[in-house]
Ligand binder design. Structure first.
Ligand code: 6PG
Length: 479
């Protein structure tokens, strides 16, 4: 056997990952695709790469040195299960099967448990960075056993993106931890994209600037604390002119955003864990709303604000929007890390938050200068009760919150939707409130369902006899 690593599934992501692997010293990459033509095409197109063609799964297994290691790059769901079964039938105990797709982490937990029975390791590995990242250096989030990482780690470390000399990969945690963290990455990606979109919309409608002018603003922002891949590509998208009509491309793209599910999974999981990821949820819902075209069409004549909106000082407004974007972005990340902490506790994962931030600094879609600040925040204090409470972020929120409020007020008055900006601000105010009206909700619950409440001044659980003489009794808490 001559190969030390295999890639199964040679669509764009798989091919690029195989080429990335093959470009590193010491790797010989076995490649397999269900349709052999794709394998032949890849090998023919890249004579520079040391590929070993596998026409069958058995050939693939025979071509690999032990422990055999294969990375699956096929569609999440059933196709993944089918390939795992085939690999299990030709692999031996100690071999390693890696799923590099965007699998739901609970599927990964199930698959890991099933594959473990055979003595084979199963590693769910989040891969971020799109096609380009797969080819030149992605951010990698492997789960699975620590033992499998001893073999897999060095291979992944050589293909990962590099941030300040360090590869953007770490053993995230056992079984589904890697895919879980990748899922939250995508949730944050959704929030970040929606926040940027809201910023664009407010500036355009508030100041009348053209997409190309707004692209210049984003370029300028990219020189500061907002510096990120998503801001950078936003400027490029805004600058693009449609060849057919000569208008900005953004004006001819149908305003109905698609989604493949990872954002929704992040929110569904957070609901189960009881973690408020409101910024991410609003981003997912904003895409859903945008895609309900028939309903939107029927609603266009609903009344809006009577006064036309004009921004008195465009430059000041743009700066306010920049600050609102930064503040809301801090909230999205803080909420995402809260979800990671809660899931780690639930699933017994020892996830190092600082390591997660570290491996997101390059390669992935949410890569940003800001990730350095998150990495330092957790390095300074790994037990931060919330990311936004780290000194750097606390200061940043202090410096932006007034502008943030002005932007949310302006959006509401102008009738411009800014769901992610405004829900993030409400979250911030909710978190810092001395008292919340949750006390009233508890009273209501106790009234109609005897759900009981606790008191601020003594221990125990209480119920007011609402339908009787309204005296309070100590209750056994069953809820
Ligand atoms: C990444 C991306 C990648 C993919 C998203 C797109 O990290 O490289 O997140 O995984 O582009 O899943 O998701 P939607 O199609 O749902 O926007």
């Amino acid at each position: 056997p001559t190969a030390n690593i295999a890639v199964v599934g040679l669509a764009v992501m798989g091919s690029n990952l195989a080429r990335n692997l093959a470009s590193r010293e010491g790797n010989t990459v076995a490649v397999y695709n269900r349709t052999t033509q794709k394998t032949d095409d890849l090998i023919a197109a890249h004579p520079e790469a040391e590929f070993v063609k596998a026409a069958t799964m058995q050939e693939l297994a025979d071509s690999l040195q032990k422990p055999r290691t294969a990375i699956i790059m096929v569609k999440a769901g059933r196709p993944t299960d089918a390939v795992i079964d085939e690999l299990v039938s030709v692999f031996e105990p100690g071999d390693i099967i890696v799923d590099g797709g965007n699998a739901l982490f609970t599927d990964t937990i199930r698959r890991e448990a099933a594959v473990r029975e055979t003595g084979i390791h199963f590693v769910g590995c989040g891969i971020s960075g799109g096609e380009e990242g797969a080819l030149n250096g992605p951010s990698l989030m492997p789960g699975g056993t620590a033992e499998s990482y001893e073999t897999l780690g060095p291979i992944l470390e050589r293909i990962a993106a590099v941030a300040e000399g360090e590869p953007c990969v770490t053993h995230v945690g056992t079984d589904g931890a890697g895919h879980f963290v990748k899922m939250v990455h995508n949730g944050i990606e959704y929030a970040d994209m929606q926040l940027i979109a809201e910023a664009y919309d407010l500036i355009r409608r508030g100041t009348g600037k053209s997409p190309a002018e707004i692209a210049d603003i984003f370029d300028a922002w990219n020189g500061g604390e907002l510096e990120s891949y998503l801001i950078e590509i936003t400027a490029e998208v805004l600058r693009q002119v449609d060849a057919e009509t000569g208008t900005p491309l953004v004006d001819v793209i149908l305003d109905a955003a698609g989604a493949k599910g990872t954002g929704a999974w992040t929110v569904q999981t957070a609901l189960d864990l009881g973690v408020p990821v409101s910024g991410i949820a609003e981003a997912v819902f904003a895409r859903s709303l945008s895609s309900r075209l028939a309903q939107r069409e029927a609603a266009t004549d609903l009344p809006g604000p009577s006064d036309a909106w004009t921004v008195a000082d465009p430059e000041a407004f743009v700066e306010d929007v920049r600050k609102a974007l930064f503040a809301s972005k801090i909230i999205a990340y803080s909420q995402g890390f809260d979800e990671i902490v809660a899931a780690a506790e639930e699933h017994g994962w020892e996830i190092q938050k600082g390591e997660v931030a570290r491996i997101w600094r390059a390669g992935c879609i949410i890569r940003a200068r800001f990730l350095n600040d998150i990495t330092s925040a957790y390095a300074e204090n790994p037990d931060l009760p919330a990311l936004l409470l780290a000194p750097y972020f606390r200061d940043a929120l202090g410096q932006t919150q007034e502008a943030w409020r002005r932007v949310v007020v302006a959006a509401a008055q102008a009738g411009i939707p800014a769901p992610a900006f405004s829900s993030s601000l409400s979250y911030y105010d909710g978190l810092r409130a001395d008292r919340l009206p949750a006390a009233l909700v508890q009273g209501q619950r106790d009234f109609f369902g005897a759900h009981t409440y606790r008191r601020v001044d003594k221990d125990g659980t209480f119920h007011t006899q609402w339908s009787g003489d309204r005296t309070e009794v100590e209750a056994v808490d069953t809820h």
